[in-house]
Each structure stands twice: as C-alpha cells, then as structure tokens.
Design a protein around this ligand. Sequence first.
Ligand SMILES: [Zn+2]
Length: 272
Amino acid sequence: MKKVLSSLTFAAIVATSLIACKKDAKESGGDEISASTAAQIRSLGFSTDGARKVAEGYLVEGDIILRNEDLTARASGPEVVYANEEHYRTTNLVSPSSHPTIKVALNNSSSAHQAVFSAALDEAIRRYNAESMTIKFQRVTTGANTTVVAYYEVSNTLGSSGFPSGGAPYSQVKMNTYWYSTGTGTSNINYIATIMTHELGHCIGFRHTDYMNRSYSCGGSATNEGSAGVGAIYISGTPTGPSAGSWMLACVGSGVNRPFTTADRTALTTVY
Ligand SMILES: [Zn+2]
C-alpha cells in the first residue's frame, strides 16, 4: 500500500470507509474547518482537500501544519519557483545568518522505536550535511531548534511538520509510530530516515515537489488522491519527470528509501 506523508483527502477516506469501519467515522467529528479558515488556507496557496483541525492548528496537504499565526500571515509575494519547475519552497525560509546550525533533538516516547528512530535521525542529518548548503544540522539533546517526537494515530499520516517563521525552522517533527516497525536493519533505518528528511525539509521551507498535482506521487486523481484504494499505484501510469524520486514528493511507498536526487540537490543548494 502506498502510504502518505499525510492524511490526504481525509474526508474521502472517511466517506469510503464509513460503513466498513465505524471508528473512522468517529474521527470526522470536530475535525472540520470553517469556511473562513478554508478561505485563509487557500489564500496562502495551500489546498484544502483533506484539511483538518489538529492540536497545533490545521493539517493541510497531508503532513503540513499551519498554525494560527501562519493563517493570518500574508505571503509577501506569489509562489516562488526554485531550481527547477518541480521544486517549490515557501516564502518563509530559515535564515542562515541567525540559524546556520539547526539543532535537532529526538524526544521519543516510544521506547520500542528508540533505536531505529535515533539511527534514522542521524541518517537524516547526515544526508543534509553531505550537501554544500549554507545551513547545517546538528544532533543535540538540549537546546534544540527542532524536536522529533513520536505519536500514535490510526491514520494515513506518516509524519507531520510545518514551515519556518521569523528565520527559525519549524520546531517539531511528529512521527506516527502506527506505520513504523522497530527493526534496526538498514532498510528500515533508511525508510524512517526518508520520512524524517522529508519532514525536516518542510521545517526549512520546502513544499511538496508535486504539490500542484499530488497524484504524481500519491496516485488517484485530483479529486480523490490519497484514497487508500487507488493510492497503491505508483509506477504504472505514473508520469516520469525530472523529479521522480524526490525527497519532497507528497506520498511514499512503504519501505521506500529516497536519498536526495540530482534535482533535490540542486533545489537544496539553490535555496541554501
Ligand atoms: Zn510533506
């Protein structure tokens, strides 16, 4: 099954599983967003498909947290296209002068996942630091800019994070242990590192490579992308392009390792 860095079209999933699974139906209560909030989300350039209220604010485009202050902060310009047409960043970036080193801690509540999460976070940091960027990442135990935490939720979301503000990276990456095995083999480390690298990518301002057309990585159509039934299709019928395999694609298959592609590297070093 193709899992999502996201809950994607949550409403669609609920709708299709309403009869089969009552607990999914329960989750729909209270998650809806108001029309005015939806308008704010759209005004910032994000899709409201599947958007829902969460503790930190609103979850949009699957795994991106928009806080209340994000909703009211107007972007100063149009969407900015960087590096190549398949890569996108937000108007908010980390300031290399104020935050040349992003300190990342692991504060994991799942002891069973501690070993693999720790190894995966080290791998994610290694991937970024292997690039010639103006920001670096550093693993710390105290004084973190960004903390990786675990949570458990029966949903399509693999993890979530948000965008920078005031030149600082987003402060939290959430990893849904519902989806991760606890083994410390290389393949599992690389898979979880792939998700952490993706979520850290949001924290420093990268948007989904395929945000204009999530079906590129998620399968499905523009109206039902992310639904479990069609989301499993990845290779067959998927368009090929310069950003195939990008670390910032919205969806990823189970166990897939996505080290930076050539296009990813260009995006990273162009922005930073
Ligand atoms: Zn994402």
